[in-house]
Design a protein around this ligand. Sequence first.
Ligand SMILES: Nc1ncnc2c1ncn2[C@@H]1O[C@H](COP(=O)(O)OP(=O)(O)OP(=O)(O)O)[C@@H](O)[C@H]1O
Ligand SMILES: [Mg+2]
Length: 374
Amino acid sequence: MIKSNPFTPQSGWEPRVFGGREQELAEFRSNLRDAISVRPNHLVVLGEWGIGKTSLLKQFRRMAQEEGNPACFCSISRFTKKDRPLDAIHLIAEEMLMGFPGLNADSEKLLGLFSKKKSPLQAQTQFTKFLLELWKAQDAKLAAVFLDDLQNLLPISNTIDILRAVLSKDEIIRDTRFLFILSSTPAGWSAFLDKHDPVGRFFRKRLSVENLGKQDVINTVEETLEDTGVSFDGRIKERIFEYTNGHPYEVQLLSNHLYDGQIEGRVTEGVWENALNNTLKELGKDYFNTLLAKASDRERYLLKILAEEKRPLSIKDFRTMMIVGRHARRFPIANIKNFLYRLQEKGVVRRDQDAGFDIPDRMFREFVLKFVRT
Ligand SMILES: Nc1ncnc2c1ncn2[C@@H]1O[C@H](COP(=O)(O)OP(=O)(O)OP(=O)(O)O)[C@@H](O)[C@H]1O
Ligand SMILES: [Mg+2]
């Protein structure tokens, strides 16, 4: 009997098999140890969409709990300019009360520390009192607090400055042991730093989440398939890495579609094209269409050229192409430079050290090739 699909292409779904990340896990283990023996060194986990921030944070949480430390996990929902930092701080406090064990009796009293009046100063003093009281109600050497998707606080960005101010207060450092682990997109985090520069000096420990390596991808796929009754041919597993470059969400999504194409438990080359198409369509809905919408028609034309050439191109390469050949005189070559810089600013293309422009993600390139009409 073939089991139901074991791959988890959903944002925030922990994978059936958690691959790689040995170094990150080891780093967190030593971070935990230092937090208990010396002092908490709050950690910021940075990574792009779908790279595995939430899954890594959940793995960290498990580790903290395994070693006897209570932990709570708070997914920050999207706030708007109409909200106040106190709303966000309140949400975090509520999550802490729900996440830490054995606080039921005290939770009303603890939440009672928050009054409805909303000014930044109040948020700061109220959260300080809350943490001090919460700590007293705990019987632990250390308590870990995970705040996922901090970029959702950007419209009320001073929340993060309030958090910094609270965590750096003498009484908090002296009388409590909370370790905060935050996650954010890199762009979100640098926007915080631009607006509130002490934040960067306070949250100094960063960990950046990258793609998985080739062997990690192959092992993860193989282990995920264990006992399902389905196997992928060797060449298919290689290709999963070639196309996704180890991006965890893309690996899960593509493997999910490949799995659905099995015949008598085998996934062979014949299934590839269809699975890839379905994957690209979904990636379009999830992300690529938004990326593409940022490019004007002419910028899209340049993007298509990059996709077709399958190599980094310099401004000069583009200019030459637009003087002679099939792209000649599509538009004034004086504009090319601006278009490329704009594409780079918008995160649609990347520029490498040798000043060549390229499409950063192989799947995005395939998407441009298949779906962009110029
Ligand atoms: N180490 C891993 N091994 C295998 N699969 C993983 C790993 N990390 C994440 N995944 C898978 O990748 C996908 C994205 O993971 P996750 O939601 O943790 O990323 P994220 O960075 O939090 O994404 P988002 O930008 O949506 O918040 C999920 O399908 C998850 O199951
Ligand atoms: Mg996430």
